[in-house]
Ligand binder design. Structure first.
Ligand SMILES: NC(=O)c1ccc[n+]([C@@H]2O[C@H](COP(=O)([O-])OP(=O)(O)OC[C@H]3O[C@@H](n4cnc5c(N)ncnc54)[C@H](O)[C@@H]3O)[C@@H](O)[C@H]2O)c1
Length: 328
């Protein structure tokens, strides 16, 4: 049984907690939040010890096999650095939330410390932990799509938060860009246009063009002024032999051959109902990596992947600021 700690007990920390509670290989032994009431409530709910700082938790000598860090902060990532660095420095594997950080320099330091300590450090890039994405990747890898020419991604939700100019790009698009990288690999060049929605102060809409290192060309449409019946996300892979569409991360998958009209389609592949199911799926994969003692550089959705995504995000912002195509 792996002994788990959770740092940051907001909505998402509690979602992680539910996944660990339901997984037979994990037991939550510690919960930690700067806000005493949140830590105490979680301690009671999950039958764990409450702490009010990571330092105090580490000083207590409690044995931890791994921790989730589900803090938030500026652009939903500003608070991750301190608790993550404290845990990594103590040799504890961390599953962080996205964005890995809203500041690339801090993300680099966290990745470097995990590497130096040779410990697993993953990020909850949960959108691609779906049977549909896995099946589409298998098709791609086996050549069923031919060569991948184009990848299109749309990801949007309603989010009225006005906290900082690039909140939308930094907080939401680690997910979309990670899914794109999963299929098409590293990004070489980035160009972006942003637009503020009506009455908004922040850049709440974006169109990004991407050139991947393998030559695939990609496009991301993103918005905080959409959602509801617009859906959450659509990913389209356009190959020389076939086109694949994934709707709502896991709800629909279809395969459209180029030279035939016989479409193959799946709904809720693998029994995955809807987006919230991606949390137990991703956290389950993290637990399996810990149990199998997967080498830190081989774990799925590792922090380095999240850092690479952050570099694409910063390049998109720089492209808009300068009017140029940015080479990574
Ligand atoms: N993967 C996903 O699909 C998904 C979806 C939504 C949000 N998120 C991410 O989840 C994270 C958390 O979101 P939330 O809505 O639960 O945030 P929240 O603000 O509700 O909760 C964060 C908690 O962390 C605590 N905290 C901050 N710094 C701390 C520290 N050093 N030590 C202990 N506790 C600390 C805060 O007191 C707060 O209670 C964000 O990074 C967000 O981007 C991920």
């Amino acid at each position: 049984m792996l002994r788990i700690g959770i740092v940051g007990l907001g909505g998402i920390g509690n979602l992680h907690a539910r996944c660990y509670t339901e997984n037979k290989h994990t037991q939550i032994v510690a919960v930690c939040d700067l806000i005493k009431e949140k830590a105490d409530a979680a301690a009671e709910k999950y039958q764990a010890r409450a702490f009010y700082s990571v330092r105090e938790m580490l000083k207590s000598g409690i044995k931890l096999d791994a921790c989730s860090v589900t803090s938030a902060g500026k652009e939903n990532g500003g608070d991750h650095y301190k608790p993550t660095m404290e845990l990594l420095a103590a040799g504890i594997p961390v599953l962080g939330e996205k964005p890995i950080s809203n500041e690339v320099a801090k993300a680099r330091r966290m990745v470097a410390l995990a590497k130096q300590k040779k410990i697993p450090y993953g990020i909850n890039l949960n959108h691609r932990f779906t049977p549909s994405a896995v099946r589409a990747k298998e098709w791609l890898d086996k050549g069923r799509l031919g060569e991948l020419n184009i990848i299109n991604m749309t990801m949007w939700i309603n989010n009225p938060n006005e906290s900082s100019p690039h909140f939308h790009m930094r907080a939401l698009h680690p997910h979309s860009l990670d899914v794109m990288r999963y299929f098409a690999g590293d990004v070489a060049k980035v160009q972006a246009f942003f637009k503020k929605g009506p009455g908004r102060q922040i850049w709440s809409n974006v169109q990004v063009n991407l050139l991947f290192a393998n030559g695939t060309i990609g496009h991301l449409t993103g918005s905080y002024d959409a959602g509801g019946s617009y859906g959450l996300e659509t990913c389209e892979l356009v190959g020389s032999q076939a086109r694949v569409i994934i709707n709502e991360a896991c709800e629909k998958l279809s395969f459209h051959p180029r030279f035939s009209n016989q479409v193959e389609s799946y709904e809720h592949l693998g029994g995955m109902k809807s987006f919230p199911d991606t949390f137990p799926s991703r956290i389950g994969a993290w637990i399996e990596d810990l149990r199998k003692k997967t080498l830190p550089e081989k774990i799925d959705a590792k922090a380095e992947d999240a850092l690479k995504v952050q570099l694409v995000i910063e390049a998109a912002i720089k492209s808009w600021d300068t009017g140029k195509v940015i080479t990574l």
